[in-house]
Design a protein around this ligand. Sequence first.
Ligand code: SF4
Ligand code: SF4
Length: 330
Amino acid sequence: MYYIKSGDRLQCLLCPHHCTIKKDAAGICGVRRNNNGILISENYALLSAINFDPIEKKPLYHFFPGSVILSLGSIGCNMRCKCCQNWQISQAGISEFNYGKSYPPEEILRLAKSKAGNIGVAYTYNEPTVWYEYMLDTARLVHEAGMKNCMVTNGYISEEPLNELMEYMDAFNIDLKAFNDHFYKTQTGASLEPVKETLQLLAKNNKHLEITNLVIPTLNDDEKEFTGMVAWIAKELGEKTVLHLSRYHPMYKLDIRATGSDLLEKFYNLATERLSHVFVGNISIKNYQDTKCPNCGKTVIRRTGYFIENDGIIKSGNCRYCGEPIAVSS
Ligand code: SF4
Ligand code: SF4
């Protein structure tokens, strides 16, 4: 899907790279190949991982808190993040991976229905955009069965395929890796603007949206840049947009020291000046994983690891203590 022909070359339009692909070659993601003038999705129905995960692990904190979601990953990615924690699958080519059986969408739906309490399917682990056709086919089936679909993504996808996907996708967690294009160019091989456009499109369509920002010392820890990003989120996406600040650990090609808790606490305090729901992850700092009522400030969802107590929100979705509506989907 989403490509045009130009002589014996193809141009893939699925993501903003718009790769021009020669015969027998693959695009930047490594999994979309020009096979005699037809663009093939090589990883269709091939899984690198499949697990029933707590929804909090995605992370999605305000989408059916405390539920379980069948989580799928494949291989490939349209970014080249130097600190990718899943680089073994995101940077792999089809020939480097030893798959077991393939999982047609119908099999995923059967598995999703097989576990009590499972709310649907999450497309995650590597970059699901480069698995587009399989994700779309599966999401359609899952949606028609009355279950939920979630996408955990870098947000680097073209507008038209995103619009088509949105019909079936209920919730998104998008990485906003930094708020400067230089970071995107040098650390990920992509660019910032298309990610901002994805976020704006999702917000405009009232999709459940949470953002993850991995805070890396010296690379994206400039205070002015961070407050600029938070102000943009508040203005363009809404003050109730959930922001996860995630602790970086040395990984893959990056050996900068791990993020200190003092920096995460400082950014948490800066972000909460503009946003109602900010969390700190990949590190345990007391109370920084809890949801607080934006009006009275009382804790309405308490999280300890993936264990949650959400007795502060009544059935109508309002704060038990002051009646304020809490932006939680359930
Ligand atoms: S999805 Fe892959 S092949 Fe298509 S434009 Fe993006 S990186 Fe290139
Ligand atoms: S976008 Fe995500 S999966 Fe892809 S390289 Fe970056 S961190 Fe890894």
